[in-house]
Ligand binder design. Structure first.
Ligand code: BG6
Length: 489
């Protein structure tokens, strides 16, 4: 792709001095510039309530770039070019008077991209402000998650935005959709007939999706405690991964074809009733423990914490997709903070061969697995059974990988951060990797029933020591079905 294919724009970043913008968005924009993917006329406007002196604010952005972009990826020429694109405007997003100033700064630029890295409750006010000064027609809006905290509040946010913007110019971010391996899922499933013929309940026994983080709450206690792991991770990232695994082949690669198929999966998710909750869903909260030999505090002892909180930092659950393709195939989802390692992976377990001819003691190891590793060490590995080599080995079987490690195979190429891809797609006007309103709402509807069930039962999260794979109940959740979490050490 050449830069000519991408139109120039003014990229207005609302909430430019928050953690997300400084840690992820400015570095991603810089990387796009370094890769030659920003049009020469593209400008970046940092918008925030703080700071009178533009120069101070821009210095702050530069400081964060130096901090978050690896030193070997700082190219002085690209950095100076990027800094010369930057401008700052102090504005109160809730004040209508601020928007004429914004209009002045945007000038005649044909395209405005307005990225909302702010709490969702101000999205409506920003959209109204943009519309009031006549900017809406040339603007694409990008909404960060979380969009609401339940179905009702997410509807309110979506409706407030929809008053001024059509769905075709609303880009809802789920940054997992921009990850390299997640992208590859589409290629893997629909460019290889090998997999697609096996991709159903006749051949797959169960699916695991694990998104484990080693970090704790890292100064975000106030936000996180209102949300919890179900809202923060399952409602969006893990359900999106589940959709990409479970969806039927779309008829083409257009945004709506893909999103239509994902919505069908969300609609087919079996409800989990209050009676099933205790068996099918495990909530956990970490207590003090150790990670890599270093003592770490519990959730209730983190900075700015409230010792009474019963917010969950871990969720494991057993979901079912009720349709022809997936009937009887459990999907085990698991995500938590302060786990032993950062690991995001999907494991597809295939069924045993229908007729078994090898020695009985080898039987438990017989099964093929497809392991899709999102991070770290992005790659795909297919575990296949072969024979041990050697005259003395007889028909002794071994399970070994047919492997595609992206970092080894494409050694010279760096794997771009998810936000780089997503920002580029917004600039190109491609909505494939963004979440449609109905996806968000079906996902909330499914999660709301779990939250309601917990509230009705007044159930407290189960403790787990930091540095472990979650409460023992999460192991029971899967062993009860005669299975194990793959690869837990
Ligand atoms: C965010 C969550 O959406 O994803 C964070 O709000 C979480 O709590 C983060 O840490 C994980 O993203 P990644 O890309 O590091 O797996």
């Amino acid at each position: 792709m050449t830069v000519d294919a991408i139109e120039p724009c003014t990229f207005a970043l609302f909430g430019a001095y928050g953690d997300l913008a400084l840690r992820k968005l400015f570095p991603a924009l810089y990387q796009l510039d370094r890769a030659g993917l920003l049009h020469a006329d593209t400008r970046v406007l940092a918008l925030g309530r703080e700071g009178d002196e533009s120069s101070q604010q821009l210095l702050m952005i530069e400081g964060h770039l130096q901090r978050y972009v690896p030193a070997e990826e700082i190219d002085e020429v690209a950095l100076q070019r990027f800094l010369s694109r930057l401008g700052h405007l102090t504005m109160d997003f809730l004040s209508a008077e601020a928007y004429p100033l914004l209009l002045e700064r945007v000038g005649k630029a044909e395209r405005l991209i307005a990225y909302f890295a702010t709490p969702a409750k101000v999205y409506g006010a920003i959209c109204a402000g943009l519309a009031e000064v006549g900017l809406a027609e040339r603007t694409r809006v990008v909404l960060e998650k979380p969009i609401g905290h339940d179905l009702e509040s997410s509807r309110a946010v979506n409706e407030a935005v929809a008053l001024h913007f059509p769905e075709g110019r609303i880009y809802r971010i789920d940054h997992y959709l921009g990850k390299e391996t997640v992208q590859n899922l589409i290629a893997l499933r629909f460019a290889n007939s090998l997999f697609e013929t096996q991709w159903n309940q006749n051949h797959i026994s169960h699916v695991e999706i694990t998104v484990a983080e080693q970090v704790g709450i890292e100064g975000r206690w106030g936000y996180f405690d209102q949300a919890g792991q179900l809202r923060d991770m399952i409602q969006n990232h893990l359900l999106q991964l589940l959709c990409l695994i479970a969806m039927d082949p779309p008829s083409d690669l257009s945004a709506d074809s893909i999103r239509d198929e994902k919505v069908k999966v969300l609609k087919a998710l079996a409800p989990i009733t209050s009676e099933q909750l205790a068996h099918q869903v495990v909530r956990g909260q970490y207590v003090a423990g150790s990670i890599k030999g270093k003592a770490v505090p519990g959730y209730l002892e983190e900075e700015n914490s409230n010792a009474q909180s019963d917010t969950e930092t871990f969720v494991a659950l057993r979901a079912e997709v009720r349709n022809w393709r997936w009937s009887g195939v459990p999907f085990y989802l698991r995500t938590g903070k302060r786990m032993p390692q950062k690991l995001s992976q999907i494991v597809i377990h295939f069924k045993e061969p229908p007729h078994y001819i090898f020695s009985p003691e080898q039987r438990p190891m017989i099964s093929n697995r497809l392991i899709i590793r999102l991070q770290p060490d992005e790659g795909i590995s297919l575990q296949v059974m072969t024979k041990e080599q050697g005259l003395d080995k007889g028909m002794q079987l071994r399970s070994g990988p047919l492997q595609l490690s992206f970092s080894d195979t494409y050694r010279s190429a760096r794997i771009p951060d998810a936000y780089e891809r997503l920002l580029l797609e917004v600039m190109k006007g491609n909505q494939n990797l963004f979440v449609r309103k109905d996806e968000i709402e079906y996902a909330w509807q499914w999660c709301d029933q779990l939250i309601d069930g917990w509230q009705r039962q007044g159930s407290a999260p189960k403790p787990y020591a930091a540095g472990t794979w979650g409460p023992t109940a999460s192991i029971a959740l899967i062993t009860r079905d005669g299975k194990d979490w793959y690869g837990d050490l």
